[in-house]
Design a protein around this ligand. Structure first.
Ligand code: ATP
Ligand code: MG
Length: 349
């Protein structure tokens, strides 16, 4: 029997609520599918920081490396610890330490969910975002502060290795899906980095003659996600563009209660980190109002990445059996609590 070890990082606020609700459902999937799933709860969070003065132990990243995957709730509770500390010392430290360079987000309307567009069109997009460089590299500076000559410079950094690995990952996913890939740039306005991205797209595409590639400018594809989403499948974009496009995707699929995300190292194959896109939502914490579906969906991504495709598919089917029947938490217009919705999914397995 295959046995997987998962690091469970509930984190803060509703992060703890959704992870506690979702984990037993994943264990039920494992029981049904006949593989072992063992979880270690790690208390690294803002509470931990208040006691220990750090968000995680000095060897935290090394500890995580020993697991098959990391399953995260949400981190950050600005009323107790400023976000720049909690996010940098935990989330960014893990992302950089494990070199999780690809951020993958499935945007799809689940059965029974209409979303704000109320469209009949197929909405099923896999957004793949470069996660470590590009426009969010932090390179730049300020001169002549406060004066009339004040200047701020923010430099994007695109490396051959960074662009190639995210594109290659996108092509691999396109092969597993419909064989269509959209490469997103703004090469008509950004003549260095984005032209480089286009060149890299052509180069990688040569290894995937079976994948149909279309180039889009980011403004055009943003509109297309709303007007013609059925023409899109895998969408690969830089850090900034992927950030924005995946927020549009999350909105169309019904909001943060549904949006799941995988952080992956496609080069080493080390543990990935799987999490809902939403934060700790202090406004609704402790009330049982949090929607656990984004976390359950992230759990399905985790099973998929660990090689348990049948388990992932069974979990998604169970989720859609429940949404298709109209059951949900208050953000979905329903009346179930976090625990009740997760239990309903488990019953549907
Ligand atoms: P961030 O961490 O991004 O700075 P935040 O932690 O303040 O933001 P988010 O968790 O991102 O808040 O969510 C914003 C709002 O969306 C929340 O205040 C909450 O009302 C709602 N929300 C987020 N996640 C969920 C969920 N799983 N179920 C129901 N409502 C949610
Ligand atoms: Mg937050």
């Amino acid at each position: 029997m295959k046995n997987y070890r998962v690091a469970l990082l509930p984190g803060d606020g509703i992060g703890t609520e959704v992870l506690q609700a979702a984990w037993p459902v994943l264990q039920a999937v494992a029981d049904k599918q006949g593989f072992g799933l063992e979880g270690d709860w790690l208390p690294w969070s803002c509470d931990y920081y208040l006691e220990q003065g750090v968000m995680m132990p000095a060897n935290g990243v090394e500890q995580l490396r020993a697991f098959d995957a990391i399953y995260l709730g949400a981190v950050g509770l600005p009323a107790t610890v400023p976000d720049h500390i909690s996010l940098r010392e935990l989330l960014l430290a893990i992302r950089q330490g494990l070199d999780l360079s690809v951020n993958e987000r499935p945007h799809r309307l689940l059965a029974g969910v209409t979303g704000p567009l109320r469209t009949e069109k197929t909405f099923d997009i896999l957004c793949i975002r470069e996660n470590t460089e590009g426009e969010y590299s932090g390179a730049g500076g300020r001169v002549h502060r406060g004066g009339d000559l004040e200047v701020a410079v923010e430099t994007s950094i695109f490396t051959r290795a960074g662009v190639e690995r995210v594109l290659r990952y996108g092509f691999e996913q396109a092969r597993l899906r419909s064989g269509k890939l959209a490469s997103v740039t703004k090469s008509n306005a950004q003549r260095h980095s984005m032209v480089f991205w286009d060149e890299m797209t052509d180069r990688v595409a040569a290894d995937y003659p079976d994948v149909e590639v279309t180039r889009y400018h980011v403004d055009a594809i943003a509109a297309r996600m709303i007007t013609h989403p059925e023409t899109l499948d895998v969408v690969v974009a830089s850090n900034l563009f992927g950030d924005i496009l995946s927020d549009i995707g999350a909105a169309i699929q019904g909001g943060l209660g549904f949006a799941a995300s995988a952080n992956i190292n496609p080069v080493s194959g080390g543990p990935g980190m799987f999490e809902p896109v939403h934060g700790s939502a202090p406004d609704i914490m402790g009330k049982g109002l949090a929607n656990p579906l984004a976390t359950l969906w992230a759990g399905a991504l985790m099973l998929q990445h660990m090689g348990e495709s049948a388990g992932a598919a069974a979990l998604m089917t169970a989720i859609e059996t429940v949404t298709g029947a109209g059951a949900g938490t208050p953000d979905m217009g329903g009346s179930l609590s976090t625990a009740e919705l997760a239990q309903a999914v488990q019953n549907a397995l």
